[in-house]
Ligand binder design. Structure first.
Ligand SMILES: Cc1cc2nc3c(=O)[nH]c(=O)nc-3n(C[C@H](O)[C@H](O)[C@H](O)COP(=O)(O)OP(=O)(O)OC[C@H]3O[C@@H](n4cnc5c(N)ncnc54)[C@H](O)[C@@H]3O)c2cc1C
Length: 477
């Protein structure tokens, strides 16, 4: 079995150069995921000098581990937004998602992108019919025609005008198009400081500087956003995902509205797959990845599915369920917080930010503004989500969280964690996240060191694979 995402197999491995000298540009996009590529794509005809820098490889972050549904039926988002804000806000969000789907499908058609995009119905399902009534009523008010179904004992409502696709093929195609239009891409180039200078910014790392008139932070969880205080404005949700080869594929995707969340879709390719996700939980509340993978495997056994791929992924959840997209301060833009609906929202974010940069009116600019007054920012959630895990993980290191082949010791005066693999080779790392110094947990399925506070992930030898950390935890004698 492969312990990584299905989307990372059989894709182009074309590499971009590392930036080795100081440069100037009009727009610097930090992060080469779905958000960064979408922003670059919408700016490609602007005559501006655009540079995209990615600290790993383009399209290998959160977007490479998603389920890849392109839908506006997203849990009970419209009821939730109506409760938190108003029906008007819920309706505006609905139109934003419809527009995002239209945007993605028109790009795929116009650019003839081969990314397995397929029109399928989307369903949300529940054990209780009652739980879906408000969502159904709101969707009907918005003019959506709803289908009802019984899915193996669950009540489900569905819509027909939604899609699924291969996220990485889409990202790689956008990169190729942008490169033809002169946009420069650099990989293995991280930005770990941003300083204001002459109404623009100087960004870079210990080796290079980039002078940019405007900067777009498309890096999922920015490392350096003081004083935006990300940890106090969002939580993170982690899920466990599988892909199993199947003979027959169905033309629908579905997600439950109750916990444990079950989400599924089919992927039609040379070998067809059922992608099945379950056991989502707040990153801060549960630390035992092994247990969650075991539960996923038990579900798959019950369904007589023998998975070929297993992986986990996490996304940023905002307290009011609206993304943060737009201007943070003069000439500095942010796009993140998609609440696990980042296929639509990252594409929309790219359009909103590019419109703002080019002074074009965009109807969703205020809806997603990162400067909005957060309606739902309760103190307990803030403490739980932002502060408690940081303190807890600094203070305690519970041995039960780690498997037997991981142990801790002090080497040369430094606390290190050691994983001993099957061939008895030691993999030594510092067991502290460089971001905010939380203790790291060992994910024994994917063989990664994962931060339970803000989601940074490192490979066996300490190289950072997912931020916010920009630094490795590799141990050097
Ligand atoms: C389990 C799961 C399932 C999901 N399923 C769906 C779905 O079906 N449909 C849907 O709409 N959404 C889904 N999502 C949400 C979606 O996958 C994400 O919201 C989206 O991929 C985020 O894209 P991004 O570009 O912001 O982040 P990323 O893809 O992570 O891109 C950010 C990039 O920035 C780079 N970076 C970070 N820091 C720096 C730095 N300092 N310097 C340079 N580069 C940097 C990173 O290496 C990374 O490549 C799901 C999420 C999860 C967790």
């Amino acid at each position: 079995m492969k312990k990584y995402s299905l989307w990372l197999d059989n894709i182009s491995n074309e590499k971009e150069p590392i930036l080795k000298e100081d440069i100037d540009c009009d727009i610097l996009i930090v992060g080469g995921g779905m958000t960064g590529l979408s922003t670059a794509y919408h700016l490609k005809d602007s005559n501006l000098k655009i540079v995209v820098v990615e600290k790993n490889q383009i399209g290998r972050g959160i977007s490479a581990r998603t389920t890849g549904k392109v839908t506006y039926l997203q849990d009970t988002i419209y009821s939730d937004l109506t409760n938190t804000y108003s029906e008007t806000i819920a309706k505006k969000y609905f139109y934003s998602q419809k527009d995002a789907i239209e945007l993605i499908s028109s790009i795929v058609n116009q650019e003839k992108i081969d990314c397995n995009m397929k029109k399928v119905s989307s369903y949300i399902f529940s054990k209780e019919k009652e739980g879906l009534q408000k969502e159904k009523k709101l969707l009907k008010q918005f003019g959506v025609s709803i289908v009802e179904a019984n899915m193996k004992g669950y009540y489900a409502i569905g819509v027909e005008d939604t899609y699924v696709f291969h996220p990485i093929k889409y990202i790689q195609a956008l990169k190729d198009i942008c490169k033809k239009d002169g946009i420069q891409f650099y990989e293995h180039t991280d930005i770990n400081f941003i300083k204001e200078k002459d109404r623009g910014y100087i960004c870079g790392n210990e080796f290079i500087k980039i002078r940019a008139k405007k900067v777009v932070l498309a890096c999922h969880y920015p490392y350096f956003l003081f004083p935006f205080l990300m940890p106090l404005k969002c939580t993170l949700e982690k899920s466990y995902i599988s892909a199993t080869p199947v003979k027959k594929i169905e033309s629908y995707s579905a997600i439950s509205i109750e916990k444990p969340i079950i989400s599924l879709r089919y992927h039609e390719a040379e070998e067809n797959y059922l992608i099945y996700l379950t056991n989502s939980h707040s990153l801060y509340k549960e630390y035992d990845d092994q247990k969650h993978f075991e539960e996923l495997k038990k579900c798959l056994e019950r369904l007589e599915l023998n998975p070929k791929y297993l992986w986990s992924n996490h996304d940023i959840m905002t307290f009011d369920k609206l993304p943060f997209v737009g201007l943070l301060k003069t000439n500095l833009y942010l796009a993140t917080g998609y609440n696990t609906w980042g296929m639509t929202n990252s594409n929309l974010a790219g359009k909103i930010i590019s419109d703002m940069i080019m002074d074009i009116y965009n109807p969703y600019e205020t809806l997603f503004s990162p400067k909005r007054k957060l309606k739902k920012l309760s103190l307990p959630e803030t403490i739980y989500g932002g502060i408690k895990p940081m303190i807890e993980n600094k203070v305690w290191k519970n041995k039960d969280w780690y498997p037997e082949n991981v142990y801790f010791e002090t080497r040369n005066g430094k606390n290190v964690a050691i994983y001993v693999d099957k061939s008895k080779t030691e993999h030594i790392v510092y067991n502290t996240c460089p971001h905010l110094k939380c203790s790291l947990l060992f994910n024994s399925v994917e063989k990664t060191w994962d931060c339970p506070c803000h989601g940074s992930r490192f490979d066996l030898d300490g190289k950072v694979i997912i931020g916010p950390s920009n630094y490795d935890i590799t141990y050097h004698e």
